[in-house]
Design a binder for this molecule. Structure first.
Ligand SMILES: [Zn+2]
Length: 737
């Protein structure tokens, strides 16, 4: 039940930023002041709170701790309150057990702990004060470890179990809350003899400590790599002019740990030696500390899983998700892999032709440091697309307003900007989301959008205050934050987003809507607390909006001359280029997902299976040969928190493609308000309060199908027939089951 504390609470994005490389931009000279103002109806928090009171609900911003001492005090207060609440449950007389004094009380106390954990997480990832960030990191360890112990309170377990034995007549959400609590106890080992259960508790606490260390080593990895101008031939001036990059008369320092730097060089550097050097360094980040740590973590996970009666950690992790077993997830990936192989080979052959021409070597082969470069070259030469040039159409402020207009229409909402009562950074913005028809305030979302030193270096939605029906009968409306790293504005230009970044914005705000629009009664079911292999699906579906001409024309325009829209021909070529290289993109995704599953099934406690070798061999087999003497998994952050869960991105993509067809087939297309409302009511509002498979089918109005996904991959033609002999079984193996 306390999984939220043990694992990161942020929901992050992979599709646009090609994990596992974290993204960050150099700190802008002009700090954050140049964020353009938006012209929304301004209102304030007090008037919003008054409006909420009419709807018997509460809306608020978090009061963030302002010193390390306050942080430690908060943790200690939270733990004391938690202990008292646990004692109250455990001391209930067993002839007086009710839903309220057992499972609901457990949800109340978990919620209270989650509020503190979310604040600490936010401070840890966004504070501009390094002492506060460190105090929050340390306190996160304290609270996570204490939270593991929550599962092992025997008295509480007995009270819940005894209540279940009274066979209460519960329905819907209440029934699910009890069933899920019992499942959590079983999965924590409470049904085992005391000595074994104590052992599992101790091992799980050790695991949370090791995981925090692994993540900290990734955050700390910092690797400047100096190059001469000649070595960086082809790399755009825009990056060479970034603050901190030019470090000598003919020296440019690229940071291997900054994704923006890494990808720009890998996509543009003409010299193979430059790409090879940077890729090798990048694939060795955090290796010294994290390679032995990962081995230890994997063996520990296996030990815990087997003590609990599972064949592997992957089976343990996947049990409560849509896929249910590691075998189902693996079969899904392997079927896709088989279906994509011919397409991948033909894409590689195109890259190879370009490389052979460039190098004059007919037998040149595409290496792991080549594919981004030749994919980019192919886009330019075959599809005449220069992704950098498209940025002029997406100035940040106009894009944000455009996205709000789309989501307001689609979901029946109003989004207003309000002044944050307190800011952790100057450029912070706060928006209130309300129901357009009734005016009911639904939630608040902070936007912290540009990079700065010490900040979380990816793109994610962070829950802060989850939704929940409070014991007094009022509904706590949610507050969330988007923490992103879009390119900062410069002296002479606004922040200009790439098309991929616009996709990211639509995706991440989708997660915020999932959090804000909840109607779940219990904290553990609200918002994005759905299974990991589903949580990305609604946001991945919303990525389709930025490929629609009508949607784009509603806001995208050249910032120097807003009468200039994106030409249809350009958008068509973008789509062709995506389809023309999607095999490469997906094969890499599949290789990472299969590595993740292999590590969590093959590495056995005390078996000494080398996790680096397993990863490199499998990655090489599925995607491209990984050079000797590299260890990319040491820097693969998803192995902490998304462990045995990377497959979920592809799994959710299959569901997302299916869900998108509802809009594609509608006469109103991506502006179909009926379908939008159905998404709001059947998916967002419901959260995890019922089986998500049911929610998806209610949205679709029919059983699920894998075919739309196969079409987006270009391995099934429009008529629905297979386009090649190898095309997959996935239809049977997949989410449909
Ligand atoms: Zn996401």
């Amino acid at each position: 039940m306390m999984r939220v504390l043990v694992f990161p609470t942020a929901i992050c994005l992979l599709t646009a930023c090609n994990t596992p490389e974290p993204t960050a931009y150099p700190t802008p000279k002009k700090a954050d002041v140049s964020v353009p103002a938006l012209h929304f109806t301004a209102t304030n928090l007090t008037s919003l709170q008054k409006a909420a009171a009419h709807f018997k609900s509460v809306i608020e911003v978090p009061e963030l701790e302002e010193s390390p001492a306050e942080i430690r005090q908060s943790v200690s207060n939270t733990i004391s309150r938690g202990e008292a609440a646990l004692d109250a449950i455990a001391s209930c007389r067993h002839d007086n057990l009710t839903f309220g004094n057992t499972v609901a009380a457990l949800d109340d106390l978990s919620y209270d702990v989650e509020l503190t954990a979310n604040r600490l997480n936010l401070i840890k990832e966004t504070s501009t004060n390094s002492a506060l960030r460190e105090a929050a990191t340390d306190s996160t360890k304290v609270i996570s470890e204490w939270a593991v112990g929550l599962d092992y309170r025997e008295g509480v377990y007995h009270a819940i179990n005894s209540y279940a034995l009274t066979l209460p007549k519960l329905q819907g959400e209440g029934d699910k809350l009890l069933r899920d609590a019992l499942r959590d106890y079983r999965r924590a080992g409470l049904e085992l003899p005391k000595a074994e259960r104590d052992d599992i508790e101790r091992l799980r606490k050790e695991l949370t400590r090791l995981m925090t260390d692994f993540e900290s080593n990734i955050t700390r990895a910092h690797k400047p790599v100096p190059f001469t101008k000649a070595e960086l031939e082809g790399v755009p001036e825009s990056i060479l002019q970034q603050p901190g990059v030019k470090t000598g008369p003919d020296e440019y320092t690229i940071l291997a740990n900054v994704t923006f730097h890494f990808i720009t060089v890998m996509e543009n550097a003409k010299r193979e030696a430059t790409r090879k050097k940077l890729a090798t360094i990048q694939n060795n980040l955090a290796r010294e500390e994290n390679a032995p740590l990962l081995q230890q973590i994997l063996e520990l996970r296996d030990r815990i899983a087997r003590k609990l009666g599972y064949a592997s950690w992957a089976d343990y992790q996947i049990e409560p998700r849509m896929a249910r077993t590691a075998a189902t997830a693996r079969e899904f990936l392997l079927n896709l892999n088989q279906g994509l192989q011919p397409k991948f080979e033909s894409e590689l052959a195109e890259f190879q032709k370009l490389k052979a021409r460039d190098t004059g070597d007919a037998s040149a082969t595409i290496q792991v440091w080549d594919w981004r470069y030749y994919r980019n070259l192919l886009k330019k030469e075959k599809y005449s697309i220069d992704t950098e040039q498209l940025r002029v159409y997406f100035p940040y402020a106009r894009t944000l307003r455009g996205m709000f207009d789309v989501y307001q229409t689609l979901f029946g909402l109003k989004i207003h900007r309000i002044e944050p009562p307190a800011k952790w950074v100057d450029s912070l913005q706060l928006f209130a989301v309300s129901d357009a028809e009734t005016g009911e305030p639904l939630g608040l979302v902070y936007l912290d959008m540009f990079q700065r030193e010490g900040k979380y270096n990816h793109f994610a939605q962070f829950p802060i205050i989850p939704g929940k029906l409070l014991p007094g009968g009022q509904y706590q409306r949610p507050t969330a934050a988007l923490i992103c790293n879009f390119p900062p504005p410069s002296q002479d230009k606004p922040s200009l987003l790439s098309h991929a970044e616009v996709e990211t914005l639509f995706h991440e705000f989708g997660h915020a809507l999932h959090s804000l629009l909840t109607r779940a009664r219990f904290g553990r079911f609200s918002g994005t607390s759905v299974p990991r292999d589903f949580v990305e699906a609604p946001s991945q579906m919303l990525e389709n909006w930025v490929w629609d001409k009508k949607v784009l024309d509603s806001f995208a325009a050249d910032y120097r001359d807003p009468s200039k829209k994106i030409p249809k021909a350009v958008l068509d070529r973008l789509k062709e280029a995506r389809l023309g290289t999607i095999g490469t993109y997906y094969k890499r995704q599949l290789s990472l997902a299969l590595v993740d599953l292999a590590l969590h099934t093959e590495v056995k406690d005390g078996g000494h299976q080398d996790c680096i070798r397993i990863s490199n061999d499998l990655f090489s087999k599925i995607f491209l040969p990984m050079p000797e003497d590299t260890a990319f998994v040491a820097y693969f952050g998803h192995l902490m928190g998304y462990d045995a869960g990377y497959y979920g991105y592809a799994w959710a993509d299959a569901i997302a493609a299916d869900m998108a067809t509802v809009f594609e087939k509608s006469p109103r297309g991506f502006y179909d308000t009926k379908a939008g409302r159905r998404l709001r009511d059947e998916v967002y509002a419901v959260g995890d309060s019922r089986d998500v498979a049911v929610s998806v089918e209610k949205f679709l109005g029919r059983p699920r199908s894998i075919e739309p996904f196969l079409r987006t991959l270009g391995i099934l033609n429009k008529a629905g027939a297979s386009s090649g002999p190898n095309v997959p079984e996935p239809v049977q193996a997949l989410p449909n089951k």
